[in-house]
Design a protein around this ligand. Structure first.
Ligand SMILES: Nc1ncnc2c1ncn2[C@@H]1O[C@H](COP(=O)(O)OP(=O)(O)OP(=O)(O)O)[C@@H](O)[C@H]1O
Ligand SMILES: [Mg+2]
Length: 395
């Protein structure tokens, strides 16, 4: 079974450098490795000092690179999907004549979707044992990761799978939504899209295959953002199995200017250690020169990534756990660094909706919860506990 590791963190903290060192290490261990940049501001080429583009390029023995271009993917590899999406929204001008897909801004996350679909396709090709994904800074990565769930929810709600439902909906659809509902052929495409999206979620949330590693530097703003990021990744039930703290000042600098900085860094390193608990943490020193070219990557590998277990899944914390108890059922969700004022909880009968800021997570409930309702919800020591009790019979 292949492995996917996604790197994320605040802008400029060293995501690309850490991702590249992982990729190089995997190749040196004899694994067929692909490093993929899903950041629109690609810089793998600069780092490896080899031209890497929208087609897979060989960098070294067993090491390949790709800088995903979502427009190119839409036009080349996913034309069927694109056609079915275009059919759904006929009024939308999607082509600006230069092959760019204008109008897609209406569909936030569409670019991210095609990047994810490409990674899924590469994984399913079985060519690579390790796929390393270098992501854009936090915010964009979070929208990337929440997207499959959001989109399949949207597809399910607006285009219920099943031909009968489609026929009934058609006139209503035309009149009120100004969206032409897909004909039978297109609907088959919709079904395909739905199945693909479900597969996408399953792949990225499969804790035996995919994990997320965070990169941070010991500075206040970065630590705060790392904590939020970690909480949201838990909210969406992704497996975080590594943290890399970069740009750590050496303690033996003979210059009093850095004394205070070294103390501050220590404080933030300790704060991160406390939060990340059992998750393995890698420490990377601040080098006296930037990280450029294979020699520099190799030095980083030698200094920090010399562990042959680097690609094992390190930490599987079950984020969503159901237990039976005396009152009924208890659902526990791991949500580190969250205060209870920030969370809103809704129940719909079929799912529990957790809303934190702009993020919404729908947790589908197992069938046995049909006759149960929420009686209480508590946030204690990073764990949200939602108690379900059996509904009373109404007379
Ligand atoms: N430990 C380090 N010592 C010295 N220079 C470093 C270190 N880590 C990263 N750099 C340099 O800092 C710059 C940013 O690193 P990198 O590109 O890996 O960050 P990033 O998080 O991917 O940035 P972006 O958010 O822009 O994608 C690069 O020039 C890199 O060479
Ligand atoms: Mg980068």
């Amino acid at each position: 079974m292949g492995r996917i590791i996604i790197f994320t963190g605040k802008g400029g903290v060293g995501k690309t450098s850490v991702a590249a060192a992982h990729a190089r290490k995997a190749a040196l261990m004899g694994k067929e490795t692909l490093i993929v940049s899903a950041d629109m501001a690609h810089n793998l080429s600069d780092l490896f000092e080899v031209p890497i583009g929208k087609e897979i390029t060989k960098i070294e023995e067993r090491l390949y690179g790709l800088e995903i271009d979502p427009n190119y993917e839409m036009e080349h590899d996913f034309t069927d999907l694109l056609t079915s999406i275009k059919k759904m929204i006929p009024d939308m001008e999607l082509d600006d004549g230069d092959g760019n897909l204008s109008g897609f801004e209406m569909f936030p996350g569409m670019e991210e979707l095609f990047s994810l679909l490409k990674i899924q396709e590469l994984y399913e090709s079985n060519w690579y044992e390790v796929i390393i994904v270098d992501c854009a800074p936090t915010g964009e990565t979070l929208s990337l990761l929440k997207f499959p769930e959001l989109f399949s929810w949207y597809v399910e709600k607006f285009f219920p799978i099943g031909k009968v439902a489609m026929k009934v909906l058609r006139p209503v659809g035309k009149k009120f939504y100004k969206i032409e509902l897909p004909d039978t052929k297109a609907m088959n495409d919709m079904e395909k899209l739905y199945v693909k999206l479900t597969g996408l979620q399953e792949l990225f949330k499969n804790k035996d295959i995919a994990s997320i590693r965070l990169v941070a530097i010991p500075e206040k703003m970065v630590v705060e953002e790392t904590k939020r990021n970690y909480m949201y990744l838990n909210l969406y039930n992704y497996n975080v199995d590594g943290l890399f703290i970069n740009r750590i000042l050496p303690k033996d600098i003979d210059n009093t200017f850095f004394d205070e900085w070294i103390l501050l860094q220590e404080k933030y390193i300790n704060e991160l250690k406390n939060i990340f608990g059992n998750i393995p943490i890698g420490f990377i020193k601040w080098y006296d020169i930037d990280i450029n070219g294979m020699q520099a990557i190799d030095r980083l590998v030698l200094d920090v990534f010399n562990d042959d277990n680097l690609f094992e899944i390190k930490n599987i914390i079950p984020n969503e756990v159901y237990e039976k108890n005396t009152e009924g059922y208890l659902l526990s969700v791991n949500l580190p660094c969250l205060s209870k004022e920030e969370i809103e909880i809704y129940e719909t009968g079929k799912e529990i909706i957790l809303r934190i800021g702009n993020f919404k997570r729908c947790i589908p409930l197992p069938g046995i919860f049909r006759n149960y309702e929420v009686s209480s919800a508590k946030l204690e020591e990073s764990i949200l506990r939602i108690q379900f009790v059996e509904q009373k019979e109404e007379n």
